[in-house]
Ligand binder design. Sequence first.
Ligand SMILES: Nc1nc2c(c(=O)[nH]1)N[C@H]1C(S)=C(S)[C@@H](COP(=O)(O)OP(=O)(O)OC[C@H]3O[C@@H](n4cnc5c(N)ncnc54)[C@H](O)[C@@H]3O)O[C@H]1N2
Ligand code: MOO
Length: 400
Amino acid sequence: MSLLPVEEAIAAILKRVPTPVGETVSLDAAAGRVLLEPVKARHDQPPFNASAMDGYAVGAADIMEGHSLKVVGTSQAGASYAGRLGSQEAVRIFTGAPVPEGADAVIMQEQALLDGDQVSFSIEPLPGRNIRALGNDFTTGQTLIEAGVRLTPMQIAVAAAANTPTLTVARRPRIALLATGDELALPGAALGPDQIIASNSFGLAPMLAPYAHTMTDHGIARDDREALRDKLSAILADAPDVLITTGGASVGDHDIVQEILVELGVTLDFWRINMRPGKPLMFGTIGKTLVFGLPGNPVSAMVTAIVFIKPALRHWLGLTPQTPWHLPLAAATPANTARRHFMRAQLQQTPNGPVALPISQTDSGHTSSMALADLLIVQPEQAPGQAAGTLVETIVVDAF
Ligand SMILES: Nc1nc2c(c(=O)[nH]1)N[C@H]1C(S)=C(S)[C@@H](COP(=O)(O)OP(=O)(O)OC[C@H]3O[C@@H](n4cnc5c(N)ncnc54)[C@H](O)[C@@H]3O)O[C@H]1N2
Ligand code: MOO
């Protein structure tokens, strides 16, 4: 089987991703969710002309040097002055309170001198001074947050200000994870002579959980046909939206994951991508379940999850693809091979802005270098080496 180009693999996966389905959540459950229906204002904000300062509401035309105005009442937030301001009158007013009819400016109390019920001012205000006009923030029906964004705390606060108690967000997929391999032992185990600690699921679960309704780690399956079939068939019986396996994806005698998945009814869309690390990635579907078979090598598993699963999950939620960052290289890169290289790199801040420092380690089993990687430099197939300072395309590892 020839190696599939990365773009073709992504396109094949995206074709299998269902269209986003909405669900209603309350504001306190909306942070980090992807908005499916725009938030529109239900009222004008502010709903009345409001004072921006503590002071006196006046008619700007009434203010003349040496003259004073009579304070005829008070307007405070939640308890407005009911009457209309007459000529030569002022109303004591507080921040957020409705500006009484007849007033067109507010003078800060620091610029006022009160003497009994008379107040005089050290400035002559222009009309509109210190007044937040009705609807100046937003007006009824105005779109405040477009659909297709991942909601930030500030956006949720705006939705609340617009009197929207619930939001329509994208339903998230249920994701199941399974590690495979006879050699694997869980962290904390006393390692036998042929054993390796199973680390993949411990990175994949938190990487993908922010996209998931549930993220269920089904532990480790042995490289034994019957045991693996039982485990996979039990997981599939629950029809998760996404199943992710790691290990057993290559061509060795014990790499039986693909064979068992096909036996269980998975239709394979592709296997093996023209990339490094991550070549043996497989992808297929069974019913509504998307099945990703990631390579066992720890760097390959992480990189394929970043390059293929995260875009699939973004698409699932109705988000556009993540925008790559173009950053200058902090050091030269060597020439690439025929496979697209996702090169580990560190993000460094310099006085001239951020740069990408390539990590020279390319072994896909090398976990400690993975821990240093903030970025993956996308090095095209057959690309020549690049000099320091060259702008290169990068994927931010920890971005949503
Ligand atoms: N003859 C060939 N051999 C290999 C090829 C090939 O094309 N021809 N491809 C290589 C590439 S590229 C990769 S990547 C690996 C992937 O192999 P598998 O997906 O079958 O992975 P395993 O053999 O099960 O494991 C590889 C490696 O990773 C360790 N591992 C597995 N699972 C975990 C886990 N959950 N946590 C941590 N480490 C794990 C495992 O112990 C092995 O060391 O195949 C190459 N071989
Ligand atoms: O493609 Mo494998 O992921 O090089 O090690």
